[in-house]
Design a protein around this ligand. Structure first.
Ligand SMILES: [Zn+2]
Length: 300
């Protein structure tokens, strides 16, 4: 059995999986990031102990919402977790006496979808998570593309519009700044000329009921998503592109609009050949992905 853990800023999700990818048990606890690093590590250790009591765990895969070095296991100042530069792999291996592999959560999400979700059978799989930010990952022949410095797959920060809106990274016009839930809310606000801020879910519900401004806000969002994704596809030539994250809950409404804009922006050589789809595993994708990585590491 393998324990896959997804350490996010709000929740810690974990699943006990067989090597074939059958989910035998799952746990979820609050991260309690605002209570400091020690508390987060205690919550993490408790999940591991609970899993070890019930199952024979051989290895742990840990996905973290953080820039990190997957080889050494060092986290670099995660924005929503109370760690600075911290070697979480060393810490866990010493405390739980099991081999630990770590991975960025967005990479783990795409790997999980490749293993057991919407990306099964894909040779080159590109995935993005759309939410408050944009995460991403690229899987080539079953391996995560990390790049030369470990930031391969940071698709949220390709430039969509020079001098566009300010991004969380301090640059302007990034994909993330122009296709996030905040962008959707601001676009709807602008179209309605109101100060009221609606959630993506509320805008979605209005769109479903036929509110033309809500539909238009989704259409502008979809066009930006298509611009970002088509640029990535023209450079990287994936066979499958999948969309996950909170905004993907808008499902077919969003996917159909993205599809409409996406294909004409592709180079002729790949037009009509890239499968665009929604993620399937939802909340558990990163758990599956990082468990798969741990299984592979054991086999080496
Ligand atoms: Zn950026």
């Amino acid at each position: 059995m393998i324990l896959g853990i997804d350490l996010g800023g709000t929740r810690i999700k974990a699943g006990v999986l067989t090597e074939e990818g059958k989910l035998r048990d799952s746990f979820i606890v609050p991260t309690q990031a605002d209570e400091g690093a020690e508390k987060v590590l205690k919550n993490l250790s408790e999940i591991i102990e609970r899993a070890k009591e019930k199952q024979s765990i051989k290895a742990i895969g840990l996905a973290v919402a953080s820039p990190l070095d997957p080889e050494t296991g060092v986290l670099y100042n995660p924005p929503n977790l109370p760690f600075g530069t911290f070697n979480i792999k060393e810490y866990l291996e010493a405390s739980c006496k099991l081999p630990v592999v770590i991975e960025n959560d967005a990479n783990a999400f795409v790997l999980g979808e490749w293993w057991k979700g919407a990306g099964r059978g894909s040779k080159v799989l590109l995935g993005i998570t759309l939410g408050t930010g944009i995460g991403g990952g690229l899987i080539v022949d079953g391996d995560i593309w990390h790049g030369a410095h470990g930031i391969g797959g940071e698709f949220g920060h390709i430039t969509i519009q020079k001098d566009g809106p300010l991004c969380n990274c301090g640059r302007r016009g990034c994909f993330e700044a122009m296709a996030s839930s905040k962008f959707l809310a601001e676009t709807y606000q602008r179209l309605c000329m109101t100060q009221e801020t609606l959630t993506p879910k509320e805008i979605y519900e209005k769109a479903i009921k036929g509110d033309t401004r809500a539909i238009e806000a989704f259409n502008i969002l979809a066009r930006n998503i298509a611009v970002g994704l088509s640029s990535l596809c023209n450079a990287l030539d994936p066979d499958t592109v999948l969309i996950g994250g909170g905004l993907a809950n808008a499902g077919m409404l969003l996917l159909e609009q993205v599809r409409m804009h996406f294909d004409p922006l592709l180079l002729p050589g790949i037009r009509g050949k890239v499968k665009l789809t929604l993620a399937q595993l939802k909340d558990t994708a990163a758990v599956f992905g990082v468990a798969y990585k741990a299984i592979k590491a054991m086999g080496r």
